[in-house]
Design a protein around this ligand. Structure first.
Ligand SMILES: Cc1ncc(COP(=O)(O)O)c(C=O)c1O
Length: 421
């Protein structure tokens, strides 16, 4: 954990308007700029080297770095270090949880074939579940969400009450990556606990942004990712509760409780821990600062472009229903990609929020699950803030947006913007 001196040194780190590649960076949910603390920790360990499983002095030193990093991550999530299994990122962590829980539960009792997931999960969860259906006879059931993206705990209860013995696992994300909805995780986990069904939650967007207590009753596994909070891409972890049994998805040298074989990445773990320490320091204060900035952005967009519609919950009272750094809108009559390209040309890095498959823009499945029609869903634009974001970033966006919207609208819904190549 940080010492008082650490916190004095970094607590008042100067904020700079995050202009990467000359752009105002409003795409922190895609990846957070790598923090200097993470680079320093990573380079230091890369220079020292060593295989953490080797018993020589260099290996033992690398092991120390790795275990200290594990301790840090565990402490921030309020779990035991042994429960933190390092992975290459959020996708691997989600795959290990969904496939591993299913493998274990189904092996224990072949009646357990139902995989219950929310309708707005990240593809790392949805595709893992669909793969289980295609290859292992699982039956995937979706939990509906309301117009703001909230899963209804009563719906979960109804699904579990109907033949609980046939449910292999439940997965609901902590916070949604597109519209920022923070789910009622405590309630959902408690229901799963009641029925003795394992509960996985993808906290990739939540960890580092809001308090994530992975020790809450009923939570079996939690996925987190390093690059979403300022570590380089390639580090992540799955929290696997002590009593949770999981079938491993990769086999080898038996590292990390045999749940995730493979040479341990001490440098990646050190960077992950350093970034996590930095962003969670004064988390409440920073979350409040970002939520205030987010609300200024939301109000400003709705004023600058009155046709825009906020998607996901309004959290102007800061009760914690929306990620503090997320603002997401649909812009009627404009293609999300046109907005993105025009904003990009005007110096802003933004996102439509959802990945396109094979280069073909499709309406977001998350927005469709919220009840939007396809045309409306295609006008999506997400703005996500981070630790370097400032009032100036928001002001610059608000000044540019009306013209960008007008141009995107005149380009129509074909996704073609003539001035772009
Ligand atoms: C909610 C959520 N889950 C999982 C992932 C995948 O994480 P990673 O990029 O570390 O594989 C992402 C990344 O976009 C995400 O937003």
């Amino acid at each position: 954990m940080p010492t008082p001196t650490d916190s004095q040194n970094h607590g008042h780190r100067q904020r700079s308007s995050v202009r990467r590649s000359g752009q105002v960076y409003l795409d922190h949910a895609a990846t957070h700029p790598t923090l200097p603390e993470a680079v320093e920790a990573m380079v230091g360990q890369l220079q020292r080297g060593g295989n953490p499983s080797a018993i020589n002095g260099t290996g033992r030193a690398a092991r120390r770095v790795l275990e200290e990093s594990r301790d840090t991550i565990a402490q921030l999530l309020n779990v035991d270090p042994v429960e933190v299994v390092f992975t290459s990122g959020g996708t691997e962590a989600d795959n290990l949880a969904v496939k591993g829980l299913y493998g274990q539960r189904h092996a224990e009792d072949p009646r357990r074939t139902r995989v219950v997931i929310s309708a707005i999960e990240h593809p790392a969860v949805t595709e893992s579940a669909q793969w289980l259906a295609a290859e292992h006879g699982a039956a995937v059931e979706f939990l509906d969400v309301d117009a703001q993206g909230f899963v209804d705990p009563h719906h979960l209860r109804r699904l579990l009450e109907h033949d609980p013995d046939s449910v292999a696992l439940v997965a609901v994300m902590w916070a949604n990556n597109e519209v920022g909805t923070i789910e009622p995780i405590q309630d959902l986990a408690a229901i799963c606990h009641e029925f003795g069904v394992p509960f996985h939650t993808d906290a990739v967007q939540a960890f580092g942004a809001v308090d994530v207590d992975a020790s809450q009753p009923g939570i079996s596994t939690v996925a987190i990712s390093g690059h979403k909070l300022g570590a380089p891409v390639g580090s992540g972890a799955l929290v696997v509760g002590r009593s949770v049994k999981l079938t491993s998805t990769n086999h080898g040298g038996g590292q990390q409780r045999s749940l995730r074989s493979g040479t341990l990445d001490a440098a990646g773990a050190a960077a992950f821990a350093a970034a996590a320490r930095t962003v969670t320091r004064d988390l409440t204060v920073e979350a409040e600062r970002l939520a205030t900035l987010r609300d200024r952005l939301i109000r400003g967009v709705l004023q600058a472009v009155p046709q825009a519609v906020l998607r996901g919950p309004q959290d102007f009272d800061h009760v914690g229903t929306r990620l503090p750094n997320n603002a997401h809108f649909t812009f009627p009559g404009a293609e999300g990609d046109s907005l993105l390209f025009l904003l990009d040309a005007a110096g802003f890095a933004t996102s439509t929020g959802s990945a396109c498959s094979a280069g073909v823009p499709r309406p977001s499945t998350v927005l469709l699950a919220l009840g939007l029609d396809e045309d409306t869903a295609r006008g999506a634009q997400r703005f996500t803030l981070g630790h370097g974001s400032t009032d100036d970033d928001v002001d610059a966006l608000l000044a540019a947006l009306p013209e960008v919207y007008a141009r995107a609208k005149s380009a129509g819904m074909a996704g073609q913007v003539s001035t772009l190549h």
